[in-house]
Write a new protein. Structure first.
Lengths: 363, 319
């Protein structure tokens, strides 16, 4: 087990900057997700931690130890590949035994360790199966076991669930999380799926265009996104953002959304941080935090589409820049063409500076 | 993802097994529709073979004045085969052929593998070296034979180079010495066919899954261990194919060799093909030639069947 510290880590490929001065501290035994769309630099970061790529500048520390120049076979890093990279020409046992065998461990010692790992991962009955005919969740366990047998300080997982169909992904997520609890390893998990990051990680590092956007627990990044990118990326669907200008009204500070009218008054602490702001702002609220305003005090918008997903209903409102989504727990009986008056819950409202995209923090 | 696809295909075969009646009907109809074509193909491939078999039990030769279909007039029971069994020149030619094969094929394989490993990574000038390396393969074997005939003359470039290296005047009569002639012939074969081995093995090497090699590295395997435990096993099928191609081809070694030495001095470099050629053109005993050809065919078929079996077994294990 080990902490990981990334200090001013930068990676460029020719003119292209894949990662821009990233600083990140990962605690011992923590499950950290690197989350972002493809090309955001998350895989580059992981490859540098694993030693597959050398940083252009900056440092990687495992505990107190600087990893510069340490080859990838010597870093004590367990790596689970996107497609698991199981040695298909070997049995499960040979896969598990591979690491110790290459390090020249004694036969009895190898048997003992393979036995222990197989027991832990419930692979014992499968030990003599050929590794080319295993289901995906077994492959995942073999991949983890093959690394775990080396007792690595750190586990790196590179989008291991991206090739799995959606239904099975939930099973695999649960299993992976349980395994992490068992091993109590520091794990770094790369994914572009915010749901995976939200459900499994202790903390999430959201990245975009080679820049770290925000680090925090799943609820922190969900509730208090640092900027517009994080607000849109986290959550399904992402946060609604409407352009407007702060304005005083008799009920308190509101945001004037132009043709959409004015918003309900902002909570006091948010209003305080906004007072005096001159430029345009983005008024944000979660689709899940919307109610139909019975008193007519809210945003009146035309219904453009209704998705009924079993327990939930996603209602699409408005068009173009002023489009928002609202998620309801039951069928609210809206249909296309109707006008709905929606009101965001006051506590869920967030405001961002329109020019910089940065959140305007309450208080 | 191979495991996933494997599971899917298993499901598919399972589904097909679920409706055997339909599948059998389809198969039967397909068989009936393609039957004329199948008979034609069978005839084309089997006819020369059957003709050989027929002639091999006669003393027929084109000089006999009989059409080949009347060859049964010259039926000699199985004299050709009993003669063959007692033919010392045949056995020595066979032995020589096998020796050439045992030296050339492994040499070509090891050189090809070494070169392929070298070319799997990037190095400056790779493309130029690549083209140069493939050139011997493009040379017409007869031309290659003539080239090496010149090279190995006693006043030729090979001796010149040896002279420079040793500092004394070397005048080895390469193609007149029984042992050296055989070595010269083998060098020519290795020169010409290592590129093919290299090409096939390079294709196999490039096909080795990169992430499995990376995974092995992360687990602490050094480059030699990776080569032995991951790369070679993944290349098994292609290695078998490459070896089978060269074993069969090398067994038929003829053109280069015939131009270099004509099978001589004496019979020192006479391989099976050269022997057959001589018997056919000089002695004109076609019945006997047919018997030799069939005997060789049997030997090569065994090699081919063995190789195909190994391949079928390897194919059950997707890389």
């Amino acid at each position: 087990m080990s902490t990981i510290q990334l200090k001013h880590l930068t990676k460029t490929f020719g003119d292209f900057t894949a990662l821009k001065t990233m600083d990140l501290d990962i605690a011992d035994g923590e499950f950290m997700a690197l989350l972002g769309p493809s090309g955001c630099g998350k895989s580059t970061t992981m490859n540098m931690i694993a030693g597959m790529e050398e940083p252009t500048s900056g440092k990687i520390l495992f505990g107190e130890r600087d990893m510069a120049g340490v080859p990838m076979g010597r870093r004590g890093v367990g790596f689970v590949f996107q497609n698991y990279a199981i040695f298909t020409h070997m049995t499960v046992r040979q896969n598990l035994a591979y690491g110790p065998r290459m390090r020249g461990a004694a036969k009895a010692e190898i048997d003992r360790r393979v036995g222990a790992v197989a027991e832990l991962l419930q692979l014992t009955p499968l030990l003599d199966r050929r590794a080319d005919r295993l289901s995906v969740n077994i492959l995942q366990r073999v991949a983890i076991g093959r690394s775990a047998i080396m007792e690595p300080a750190i586990f790196l997982l590179d989008e291991p669930l991206s090739n799995v169909d959606a239904a099975f992904r939930a099973v695999m997520r649960t299993e992976l999380k349980q395994l992490q609890r068992q091993f109590r390893q520091t794990m770094v998990y790369v994914t572009h799926d915010q749901l995976e990051a939200m459900t499994m990680a202790d903390r999430i590092a959201v990245m975009d265009h080679g820049v770290l956007q925000q680090v925090g627990t799943p609820l922190e990044v969900y509730n208090n996104p640092a900027n517009v990118f994080v607000a849109r990326f986290i959550g399904a669907p992402g946060m609604n953002l409407l352009k407007g200008r702060p304005a005083e009204s008799d009920r308190g500070l509101v945001v004037d959304l132009g043709p959409l009218g004015v918003t309900p008054p902002l909570p006091d602490d948010l209003a305080a941080s906004l007072r005096g702001a001159r430029g345009e702002v983005l008024y944000g609220f979660r689709p899940e935090e919307v109610t139909l305003a019975q008193d007519g005090r809210g945003l009146a918008m035309p219904v453009t589409f209704v998705e009924r997903i079993g327990a939930r209903t996603v209602v699409h409102l408005g068009r173009g820049e002023g489009a928002v989504k609202a998620v309801f727990d039951n069928d609210v009986g809206l249909s296309i063409g109707q006008t709905a008056v929606v009101a965001p819950a006051a506590s869920s409202v967030r405001v961002f500076d329109a020019a910089s995209g940065v959140a305007m923090r309450a208080g | 993802m191979s495991a996933v696809t494997a599971t899917i295909s298993e499901d598919e075969t399972g589904a097909a097994r679920g409706r055997p009646a339909l599948r059998d009907e389809g198969t039967r109809l397909g068989f009936r529709l393609t039957l004329p074509a199948q008979i034609l193909v069978l005839f084309i491939s089997a006819f020369p073979l059957l003709m050989q078999l027929y002639i091999s039990v006669t003393d027929w030769s084109p000089l006999s004045g009989l059409g080949w279909w009347n060859a049964w007039d010259m039926w000699n029971s199985f004299a050709n085969y009993t003669d063959l069994a007692a033919d010392a020149r045949f056995w020595s030619a066979l032995k020589r052929t096998v020796i050439v094969m045992i030296v050339c094929v492994p040499a070509e394989f090891l050189l090809g593998l070494a070169l392929a490993t070298l070319f799997a990574d990037d190095f400056p000038g790779k493309r130029i070296f690549y083209s140069i390396l493939l050139m011997p393969m493009m040379v017409v074997p007869a031309v290659a034979g003539y080239m090496f005939f010149m090279l190995f003359q006693s006043g030729g470039p090979v001796n010149d180079i040896l002279s420079v290296l040793s500092g004394t005047r070397v005048t080895v009569a390469w193609l007149s010495d029984p042992t050296l002639a055989l070595i010269a012939v083998m060098i020519a074969d290795i020169w010409q066919w290592t590129p093919l081995m290299f090409l096939i093995l390079l294709a196999g090497l490039v096909g080795v899954p990169e992430d499995q090699v990376k995974a092995a590295t992360l687990l602490g395997a050094n480059s030699w261990q990776r080569f032995i435990t991951i790369v070679l096993p993944k290349m098994k099928t292609i290695i078998i194919i490459a070896l089978a191609i060269r074993v069969i081809e090398n067994f038929k070694i003829f053109d280069t060799l015939y131009i270099m030495t004509g099978g001589g001095p004496g019979v020192a470099t006479e391989t099976i093909s050269v022997y057959i050629y001589k018997v056919t053109t000089q002695d004109l005993i076609w019945g006997y030639v047919a018997a030799i050809a069939l005997a060789i065919l049997v030997v090569l078929s065994i090699v081919a069947v063995f190789a195909m079996k190994r391949m079928a077994r390897a194919r059950q294990v997707p890389a």
